[in-house]
Write a protein that binds this ligand. Structure first.
Ligand SMILES: [Zn+2]
Length: 215
């Protein structure tokens, strides 16, 4: 009798936990421990970036997770992936006054229903103890997706795509995006931040594609 009641209570608690914390792997949907973004099998496949500015190399489970997060409507993955970034941002504590996500153009945000960089930025701002300025930058041109362009054309495609907007006079900004490939988007967004009076910009992405010398 007592055992039954305990069992019932445990499943109630387990049910509540699944409601408040996604406990499925962001890549393969297998159960993940606690609030972990990836299951144990996927975690061993993650390739961390050694330098600053990015957490993982783009590929494997990270590429799957980003794909689902951005293109399959899985906005709920943003919190867990953002927490992974936050865990890696300890060296930025005290070095930034605000987090600014790289914004989508409003047409694309409306089509997708959310802005993925903004979802990653929230846990980061919280962990660094600084505000997240969702309207720090504005995307003034709806550029073709960088993914579809050869690397050599990306800088030209994205140049002038951003404008400073409501930066509230912050001096040091952590600029956040999901994936870095050539860095063209981050460069264009950094230039807009500087034009808006920001003195120092650090960039930070969940995953960086490692480019071969030929590209
Ligand atoms: Zn997995």
């Amino acid at each position: 009798m007592v055992a039954d009641r305990c069992g019932g209570m445990h499943s109630l608690i387990a049910g509540f936990l699944t409601l408040v914390a996604p406990s499925r792997c962001a890549s393969c949907e297998e159960p993940a421990e606690g609030t972990a973004a990836f299951c144990t099998s996927c975690t061993v496949l993650l390739e961390r970036v050694s330098g600053p500015g990015a957490v993982f190399e783009y590929g494997g489970p990270v590429a799957d997770a980003v794909q689902r997060f951005k293109y399959d409507g899985r906005s709920n993955l943003g919190a867990a992936l953002g927490l992974l970034m936050a865990a890696d941002a300890w060296n930025l504590v005290g070095k930034t006054d605000a987090v600014v996500p790289v914004p989508l153009h409003w047409r694309r945000r409306r089509a997708r229903g959310y802005d993925q960089a903004a979802l990653l930025a929230r846990p980061l701002g919280k962990s660094l103890g600084v505000p997240v300025l969702l309207r720090g930058l504005r995307r003034v041109r709806n550029t073709p997706s960088q993914v579809d362009l050869p690397h050599s054309e990306r800088q030209r495609n994205i140049a002038g795509a951003f404008a400073p907007w409501r930066l509230r006079g912050v001096g040091r900004v952590l600029l956040v995006d999901d994936v870095r490939t050539t860095g063209a988007t981050l460069r264009a967004a950094s230039e807009a931040l500087k034009a808006g009076g920001v003195s120092e910009v650090h960039t930070f992405v969940l995953a960086a594609r490692v480019l071969s010398e030929a590209t």
